[in-house]
Design a protein around this ligand. Structure first.
Ligand SMILES: Nc1nc2c(c(=O)[nH]1)N[C@H]1C(S)=C(S)[C@@H](COP(=O)(O)O)O[C@H]1N2
Ligand SMILES: [Mo]
Length: 468
């Protein structure tokens, strides 16, 4: 596993252009972010680096409460944490340290989440406003006994507080750019946004050309949260579990779940933003195609031309790569006769991956004999959201339901999940995961081997574990 950034792939790409790897530090950061995903909001906040805003909100909250319980000293301690410093050093043990103070917020937390739940039911929708409203009500109730003014301040303070929690908690669901994989068949062009144009030609009545400004201002702008996944995601598992394949040795993280923004192709075109920021050169600046549910290879970056035509593109990556060849194609030579008989990959199949624990790790059983397992799952095409993730610690004989964490999940996005599952002590142990989506697609133990190692979606696997 590797998550949610990536493992630097080994080996070159056909057509040149090695993909960008993550530094060790970046990978550590990704791991750390993952542990920050753990559910306690306070823990998350403290690790969050919401910095000034959060400190302020927290201060307001604390000040508004005539709430002299044992958490006051901890509250002070929380406010004194050097946020940025902490973030830089990773969240993990900070999470532990703040856990005890987190527990002291039990009442507040219960009240808060109860309120949020109700509001969510009423609004039948989960967005930032719910958290804010719940925060306001919680803060108001807590402050009420100190009078109307305190109640109002409590409302504002706690609402800000919960907005900050929410915003931060969402980070892992949305992959930040610096944790996102990138894949380039050639060198990254460093284009000048103001000079760039996208041409529309082919069988159109009037060929057109648009500037980036046109794309942003002449068409309604749309946003979509969805997973972008390389068709070669998990190729490493296919190669090691089934048989050698050709292609970059992607581990489990050639995937990112981001927010994309821009005009619809239907409204003439395309996309200009990623996670509320302009695209970076490696992700296609100034404009790329965004096709939710479809393999990354089709998300053309540095887009400069859309040609409307009646036949498939003759582009190399459309015709001579990114196809799931039949198993009879065992090498480049025997593959030749299949390229024009097999359709290009569009949808990527449903998948799940175990991020924690990692292969070869030693894990300690909890007093009740369970271990914590975490990962991601992506639906097939547009058939999400993921409705079920199950985990097995006995080679697939029995399965335990994992908890899906993202209420914001949609039909194209990934979900992050976690499970607490019983496990026997010993070495050479493995854990499996399997996901099901709203379309009823589910993972099988293995997927069919193909020469290019695309679309691997056998059970999520963490192996060679030592359980103590
Ligand atoms: N112009 C161009 N677009 C491209 C590619 C490329 O090499 N050139 N690679 C494709 C592939 S194979 C993938 S998986 C995605 C990766 O997008 P990312 O680099 O933003 O992760 O971009 C696609 N778009
Ligand atoms: Mo890809």
């Amino acid at each position: 596993m590797n998550f949610p950034g990536m493992t630097p792939p080994i080996g070159g790409a056909p057509g040149g252009g090695a993909p960008q790897g993550m530094s060790e530090q970046e990978q550590a950061m990704v791991k750390a972010m993952q542990s920050a995903m753990e559910s306690c909001p306070v823990k998350t906040i403290i690790s969050g680096g919401m910095g000034f805003a959060l400190g302020g909100a927290f201060g307001l909250f604390m000040a508004s409460m005539s709430y002299d319980s044992s958490f006051t000293p901890q509250g002070r301690e929380i406010m004194n944490l050097p946020w940025r410093e902490q973030v830089r050093h990773g969240f993990k043990d900070m999470g532990k340290r703040s856990w005890s103070s987190a527990k002291n917020f039990g009442i507040v937390g219960a009240l808060f989440s109860g309120t949020e739940c109700c509001i969510e039911g009423l609004r039948a929708k989960n967005d930032l406003a719910n958290g804010v409203a719940a925060g306001c009500i919680t803060g108001g109730i807590l402050g009420a006994k100190a009078g109307p003014q305190a109640a109002a301040a409590g409302c504002v303070g706690f609402a800000a507080f919960s907005a900050a929690i929410d915003a931060y908690m969402r980070m892992p669901f949305i992959t930040p750019e610096d944790a996102a994989y990138d894949r380039n068949h050639g060198p990254i062009p460093h284009l000048v946004g103001d000079k760039h144009r996208v041409v529309i030609d082919g069988i159109v009545s009037r060929p057109l050309s648009f500037t980036m400004d046109d794309l942003r201002t002449k068409f309604p702008q749309h946003e979509v949260v969805c997973a972008l996944q390389c068709a070669g995601n998990r190729r490493h598992t296919m190669r090691t579990l089934l048989k050698e394949v050709q292609g970059i040795d992607w581990m489990d993280a050639a995937v990112m779940n981001c927010k994309w923004k821009g005009p619809r192709l239907r409204d003439i075109l395309n996309v200009a933003g990623m996670n509320d920021k302009p695209l970076s050169p490696k992700h296609g600046y100034p404009v790329r195609v965004v096709i939710p549910g479809i393999a990354g290879a089709r998300w053309v970056k540095w887009l400069d031309r859309i040609t409307v035509q009646q036949e498939e593109s003759s582009n190399f990556y459309e015709q001579h790569d990114y196809k799931a060849l039949p198993p009879q194609a065992v090498d480049s030579k025997s593959a030749e006769k299949y390229w024009d008989k097999v359709p290009p990959i569009t949808e990527i199949p449903i998948n799940s991956v175990i991020a924690i624990p990692d292969d070869n790790e030693t894990v300690k059983l909890s007093p009740s004999g369970t271990i914590e397992v975490k990962g991601y799952a992506v639906p097939r095409g547009d058939q999400g959201p993921i409705t079920r993730v199950e985990v097995s610690t006995d080679e697939g004989k029995s399965w335990f339901a994992a908890e899906i964490q993202n209420k914001r999940a949609n039909k194209w996005s990934w979900v992050l999940w976690e499970a607490s599952v019983p496990m026997e002590k010993g070495s050479g142990k493995k854990i499996l995961s399997r996901a099901t989506d709203a379309g009823g697609n589910t993972q099988q133990e293995h997927s069919q081997w193909n020469l290019r190692g695309v679309g691997y979606n056998g059970y999520g696997l963490s192996k060679d574990l030592t359980v103590v």
